[in-house]
Write a protein that binds this ligand. Structure first.
Ligand code: G16
Length: 544
């Protein structure tokens, strides 16, 4: 086994987005593309020499080949040990847990999350820090800087490593530990929740459906829900991970998890439904005949978390991304705990969790999690819901109804306009930013009047770092809100995300259709931003 130093040329498009570097798979498969980025990760973290890392991915196409490349490079760069999931598979929350459990120097996760997988679809790579969380902006900027000046990378001349068998192998002096991807994570979940109460609920006939969308969560969900908690065999569907996710778009929302939605709105729906995404960090929750928006799910979880053993002592605080609805703010106010508003991206929660400022975090993009790891965690959210249902012995619909009666309802929706020509999307955002200063006082139909408008900037309360241009906010006098930003996870053109919110204090008007309740806000957004004038689009591609 000899270390080889390979000459390479820098690529100019390796700037990490909201969550690592995501590109079309053929882009990642170009000679040296993955290698350049991995070498740049090592540069950004001060080299790999003597380090212990975790490695795993969501099993999508190219996951296995990329894992071999990364292991060779880690060995050639002097890493001491790599803990890798069997067959190079780990869900993102499980990887975060392993990084923390084994006190490693971080980990590399191969995933493009909720984006489709396959030879012509998407692939991605991100680095998580020793705290288990996604690299903060300062580190991703350092990676990007390294990609621009890179001239060579190191690799090891060695055959493929057998990652199918659990155990230890030596690769050029580096220890490779192949571990069961599920075991440690399942044990962690068992330590957080009242498995006895949930098991008793299933024994008493409680029914649920979990759609793993042919992605990484299948084996985790089968082990935890069916084996450990006694849910009926077949509760988990699409439970076998496939390299192309069986052609599914593993994004758990009403559009892409349509089969689950149809089942949950059918006459013989189970009591509870959930879906997870490509790498297992997102979740969608549905009750019998009722969809739970991610922002509402966060609020309900925060209000009821004390019913689960891990959170029985109360929450230190909560955090949500700026575009997420303010529903959780009302819960925080009621509980008398602090509530933080961060930019989009789980990485912004890391410092707050590490400093013990918050216990639970969430995002409108189907992400919820707690301080048990430093990633959002799809199955965790499902288990917390199950724990709450087991204790309250009420349906999802009853719990939501009571929540809205107590706190009022933040009607909320996100409209996505996908694959817009980048130049057109940029022009629209530039025009919008240019007129923000003059928007206060502008009035629309239905008594909507703008109170203020700005471009969200965030100063991290822990390390003082400043993140600017994180999304345009238009705030109305009645508490309604429009947020617009371009996605940082897409791989094709630009995706405009339009976030819409309106608060209904109740007791009247709590059970409207969200799109109807939001109509005046939607119309105002189109008028202000000129979406169809700029993009030619009138209707969104996805509504969540
Ligand atoms: C990632 C981030 C999330 C973020 C989401 C949407 O999720 O981890 O924090 O909310 O992207 O980002 P954007 O609106 O920029 O597309 P995931 O599940 O893709 O890793």
């Amino acid at each position: 086994m000899t270390i080889k130093t390979i000459s390479t040329k820098a690529f100019d498009d390796q700037k990490p987005g909201t969550s690592g570097l995501r590109k079309k798979t053929p882009v990642f498969m170009q000679p040296n593309y993955l290698e350049n980025f991995v070498q740049s990760i090592f540069t950004a973290i001060g080299g790999a020499t003597g380090k212990t890392l975790v490695l795993g991915g969501d099993g999508r196409y190219f996951n296995d080949t990329a894992a071999q490349t990364i292991l060779r490079m880690a060995a050639a760069n002097g890493a001491k040990r790599v803990i890798v999931g069997q067959n190079a598979v780990l869900s993102t929350p499980a990887a975060s847990h392993l990084i923390r459990l084994y006190k490693t120097d971080g980990g590399i996760i191969m995933s493009a999350s909720h984006n489709p997988g396959g030879p012509e679809e998407d692939f991605g790579v991100k680095f998580n820090m020793p705290n288990g969380g996604p690299a903060p902006e300062a580190v991703t900027e350092a990676m990007y800087a390294a990609t621009k000046t890179l001239t060579e990378y190191k690799t090891l001349d060695t055959p493929d490593i057998d990652l199918s068998a659990i155990g230890r192998v030596d690769v050029g002096g580096m220890q490779v530990d192949v571990v069961d991807p599920v075991a440690d994570y399942a044990t962690l979940m068992e330590s957080l929740f009242d498995f006895g109460a949930i098991r008793a609920m299933f024994t008493a006939g409680f029914t649920m459906r979990f759609d793993a969308m042919c992605a990484v969560t299948g084996p985790y969900a089968r082990e935890i829900l069916e084996n450990r908690l006694g849910a009926a065999p077949g509760t988990v569907v699409n439970g076998t991970p496939l390299p192309d996710f069986g052609g599914m778009h593993p994004d758990p929302n009403p559009t892409w998890a349509k089969a689950l939605m149809d089942e949950m709105f059918s006459p013989d729906a189970p009591a509870f439904g959930a879906a997870s995404d490509g790498d297992g960090d997102r979740n969608m929750v549905v009750g019998k005949g009722i969809y739970v928006s991610p922002s509402d799910s966060l609020a309900v979880l925060a209000a009821n978390a004390h019913l689960a053993p891990a959170y029985a002592g109360g929450l230190k605080g909560v955090a949500r991304s700026m575009p997420t609805s303010a529903a959780v703010d009302r819960v925080a106010e009621f509980l008398g705990i602090k509530d933080y508003e961060t930019p989009t991206g789980w990485k912004f929660f890391g410092n707050l969790l590490d400093e013990g400022c918050v216990t639970i975090c969430g995002e409108e993009s189907f992400g919820t999690g707690s301080d048990h790891v430093r990633e959002k965690d799809g199955l965790w959210a499902v288990l917390l819901w199950l724990n709450i249902l087991a204790v309250r012995k009420e349906s999802v619909a009853e719990i939501l109804k009571q929540h809205w009666e107590k706190f009022g309802r933040n009607y909320y929706s996100r409209h996505d306009f996908e694959a817009i020509e980048t130049a057109k999307a940029d022009a629209m955002m530039a025009e919008l930013r240019g007129k923000l200063d003059g928007l206060a006082g502008v009035a629309f139909d239905h008594h909507l009047k703008i109170a203020e408008a700005d471009d969200f900037a965030y100063t991290d309360p822990v390390d003082g770092s400043l993140s600017q241009k994180q999304g345009v906010r238009i705030l109305f006098q009645d508490g309604s809100r429009i947020v617009m930003r371009l996605s940082g996870t897409g791989t094709e053109g630009a995706t405009l995300r339009l976030y819409l919110e309106r608060y209904a204090p109740g007791p009247e008007g709590l059970d409207l259709d969200p799109q109807e309740a939001l109509r005046p806000v939607i119309e105002a957004a189109h008028e202000i931003a000129g979406i169809s004038r700029h993009t030619g689009r009138k209707e969104p591609d996805v509504i969540t």
